[in-house]
Design a protein around this ligand. Structure first.
Ligand SMILES: Nc1ncnc2c1ncn2[C@@H]1O[C@H](COP(=O)(O)OP(=O)(O)O)[C@@H](O)[C@H]1O
Ligand SMILES: [Mg+2]
Length: 343
């Protein structure tokens, strides 16, 4: 589901490819998956992957991604690469959009909610391998000490209250009571998060994908052909990337908003075949997840304040994620204790 209307047409793609890459265009097919506008382009001989980033992306983010891929292809991490233009650039601009051209990876890609469960262990293993490969790689830090200090439950509550006010005015909307119930829960979660701050003490940070999950992998049967879409790469708590990737990829989490603690422990075990985790990482895992999501409003303002054609889908995602927070919070101490047993 692309989030913005594409600015490209066949003629524009054809002109851009010839001008910047010397590639003769034969056809382009719009790809269904992803939030960017993505195309499979053919030059009569081979395929290319062309990505038109959403307008929020900055050129430096895309260059950082291209450089990271150059590093990874030299390691044992299967991924793709960006082609360079005649001007030796990884990215071109058209209107307000950034565009890149990547090697096309043949294989099976999945959507956000349809990764078959037998592939889940492979997702955990690849994350362990990725963190090992990136252990000395430097990326800008996210969820830093300053970010942690900037958290104020009062500010978060104010933001939720203003959304609740808008929701209360929508008498005829069938989703209003659920929206208000969710936002009230998230206000309480934000208050409890003042105490969850302590879980960031001494946890492991590592350069990582930043949006790692099953839909960011192209498979060939059971094998990983490529990890793709490193545009959110940053140095982050490994506990966050592990917990979030499991929740976003596991069928049980996606379908029922339930966490199978045994299944999650197996996932973490696969990860640990390639990268180490500490006691602090294990204890913090559910709390780091909750802390990050307590202040994320994503989905609610889009539904309440915009006319986006995707607003129902975004609200559905928000409902699911808040339900996941309730589930994780309710089981947080059991999750930490079970994870500790893996050490
Ligand atoms: N290099 C590639 N080769 C083939 N298909 C790709 C490639 N990169 C991405 N895709 C396909 O396009 C979809 C969207 O690409 P992605 O980079 O993940 O964009 P988004 O930022 O929108 O998630 C992926 O889910 C995958 O199906
Ligand atoms: Mg993606």
């Amino acid at each position: 589901m692309a989030l913005e209307k594409s600015v490209l047409t066949d003629t524009i793609i054809s002109d851009l490819l010839l001008k910047h890459y010397g590639i003769y265009f034969v056809s382009a097919q719009r790809l269904e998956l992803g939030t960017a506008n993505c195309y499979r382009v053919f030059d009569g001989n081979k395929f290319y992957f062309l990505k038109e980033f959403q307008s929020s992306f900055l050129e430096n983010d895309v260059i950082r991604e291209a450089e990271l891929l150059e590093f990874l292809v030299k390691s044992d991490i299967p991924t793709t690469r960006f082609y360079k233009t005649f001007q030796n650039e990884y990215v071109i601009k058209y209107e307000d959009r950034l565009i890149c051209l990547e090697e096309y990876v043949e294989g099976q890609a999945y959507n956000y909610d349809d990764l078959p469960c037998h592939l889940l262990p492979q997702v955990g293993r690849m994350l362990g391998k990725l963190h090992y490969a990136l252990r000395n790689y430097s990326l800008p830090i996210d969820m830093s000490d300053d970010w942690l200090k900037s958290f104020s439950s009062e500010n978060v509550i104010k933001e939720y209250d203003s959304l609740i006010e808008i929701a209360k005015g929508r008498y005829n909307d069938k989703y209003v009571s659920q929206i208000i119930e969710d936002l009230e829960y998230k206000k309480q979660l934000a208050v409890r998060c003042e105490a969850y701050k302590k879980y960031y003490n001494g946890i492991t940070y590592c350069a990582t994908h930043g949006d790692y999950q099953g839909c960011q992998i192209i498979f060939n049967g059971e094998d990983v052909k490529a990890i793709i879409d490193f545009s959110s790469a940053a140095t982050l708590p490994v506990a966050w990337e592990i917990m979030r990737s499991y929740v976003q990829s596991s069928e049980q989490c996606r379908m029922d908003a339930k966490i199978d603690i045994g299944g999650f422990c197996s996932y973490v075990n696969e990860y640990m075949k390639y990268s180490n985790l500490t006691k602090a990482d294990m204890i913090s895992m559910p709390y780091v997840y909750l802390f990050q999501l307590a202040r994320s409003k994503y989905g609610y303002p889009q539904y309440l304040k915009t006319d986006s054609p995707d607003k129902d889908k975004l609200l559905e995602f928000a409902f699911w994620r808040t339900q996941m927070c309730r589930e994780v919070e309710q089981k947080a101490s059991i999750i930490s204790n079970e994870l500790l047993k893996l050490l």
